[in-house]
Write a protein that binds this ligand. Structure first.
Ligand SMILES: Nc1ncnc2c1ncn2[C@@H]1O[C@H](COP(=O)(O)OP(=O)(O)OP(=O)(O)O)[C@@H](O)[C@H]1O
Ligand SMILES: [Mg+2]
Length: 396
């Protein structure tokens, strides 16, 4: 059973105080004797996050110390109960903690320095696996019922999580609403190639006790229960987004869901998992990756096609641009030393991931609440995914 630690772990900005901040930052060794005597909270702000509250805390110190930060970034779980339950069912917060605690110190790309991480314990790995296995094997009508009422039935835990990390000032991000310039995409793809090559075939990713998270879903049948339960409603609601060609790819994913998830989960390398441009901070000193909330292992196309699925202007040229960027990434991967992932296999994986993205747009519309300046993610993302899809379904 999970239990709460006998510690004070704030879960909102109202619960933070100077004593907690002082202790959290001292635990990193950045300061020794200085105390936080005042702070101000501000939001970095990219709309309503799916799964987290992300808060910048500016700090006042009583005495000067050379490494005392002017600000830190604090992450708590979302207070949106439905989103939190769904996120936790996929290991959302644990993934980010495991990443920062276990893998971030040996990472080829700059990530914010971890300052303090504290979370209540969850189920043991074995117990969680048993529970996932049991729920995922329930009969189809039961899984569909769970899918229909997922936001109510998939309850969040009572665990508390608090992550304090370095705040990266003066960064430039492209939000989900905007489309990034091509140079940004090239820079991100080059960085992904470096990251994937660094972890290529790394035994830590295949070792459950270090990093047990894979891509797409921990429970594909349950995920597909959500799809089955909502598919027709979502198409009726937004026929302009969920067109026949998009649905042909999405339904194809549904028809092979368990095998496709197993395929994409093969732990070739680490995957950032949420490769959106708003999780890539551009600074004068280079790119900084953030938001490891859905990080796992898998095939690299899972990051590459995911990124491109939301960042190429829709239209006639889109598919050709997509293919060009995929090849560019593959060249970089090979140049970084990965010679056992053939281009043809990678390109087909990219098409599989695009189809999965089409499927995920339906899930987003069905089950998540998020708002991007009044736009739904389905509206922003659906047309972008659609104009990248191949005429033919991927090989599988
Ligand atoms: N360490 C950091 N330094 C500077 N800005 C940051 C940092 N971490 C996050 N941000 C800003 O906060 C935003 C949200 O952070 P993050 O993506 O980690 O949160 P999240 O809750 O997982 O969000 P979402 O679910 O919407 O992706 C980022 O897009 C970025 O603009
Ligand atoms: Mg994010």
């Amino acid at each position: 059973m999970s239990s709460r630690l006998p510690l004070r772990i704030p879960q909102s900005v109202e619960e933070i105080d100077t004593a907690w901040l002082t202790q959290a930052i001292r635990s990193s060794g950045l300061v020794e004797a200085a105390n936080v005597v005042g702070f101000r909270a501000g939001s970095p702000g990219t709309g309503v996050g799916f799964q987290g509250q992300t808060i910048r805390i500016s700090l006042d110190w009583d005495i000067e110390e050379p490494d005392a930060p002017d600000a830190v970034l604090v992450k708590f779980p979302t207070d949106n109960v439905g989103n939190r339950g769904l996120a936790e069912a996929e290991g959302a917060y644990d993934r980010e903690f495991d990443f920062y605690e276990r893998l971030s110190d040996d990472f080829p790309v700059r990530v914010p320095r971890l300052i303090h991480a504290v979370r209540d314990p969850g189920l043991s790995r074995a117990a969680r696996r048993r529970r996932e296995g049991f729920v995922d094997a329930l009969p189809v009508p039961v899984v569909k019922f769970i899918g229909r009422h997922a936001r109510k039935l998939v309850r969040p835990s009572k665990r508390r999580y608090a992550l304090v990390m370095e705040y990266i000032p003066d960064a430039r991000v492209t939000t989900a609403i905007e489309l990034p310039p091509a140079e940004d995409l090239s820079a991100i793809l080059g960085t992904l190639a470096e990251m994937h090559a660094h972890f290529w075939g790394d035994s830590r990713l295949a070792d459950d006790s270090v990093f047990e998270w894979s891509m797409v879903s921990q429970m594909p049948n349950v995920m597909h229960g959500v799809y089955r339960a909502w598919r027709d409603d979502v198409v009726d609601r937004e026929p302009g987004v969920f067109t026949d060609d998009l649905m042909r790819h999405a339904d194809w994913v549904g028809a092979h869901i368990v095998d496709l998830v197993a395929h994409l989960n093969q732990p070739f390398s680490i995957r950032h998992g949420d490769c959106r441009t708003d999780n890539m901070l551009f600074t004068d000193a280079g790119l900084v990756m953030i938001d490891f909330g859905v990080t796992g292992s898998g095939r690299p196309a899972g990051d590459v096609a995911y990124l491109l699925s939301e960042s190429i202007p829709p239209g006639f040229e889109a598919r050709a641009t997509f293919l060009r960027f995929c090849r560019e990434y593959h060249d970089r991967l090979v140049a970084a030393g990965v010679v056992d992932h053939p281009l043809d296999e990678f390109m087909n994986d990219c098409d599989i991931v695009l189809a999965v993205q089409a499927y995920r747009v339906i899930l987003m519309e069905a089950a998540f609440e998020a708002d991007y300046d009044g736009e739904s993610l389905a509206h922003l993302w659906g047309p972008r995914v659609r104009s990248l899809l191949a005429d033919e379904l991927p090989r599988f």
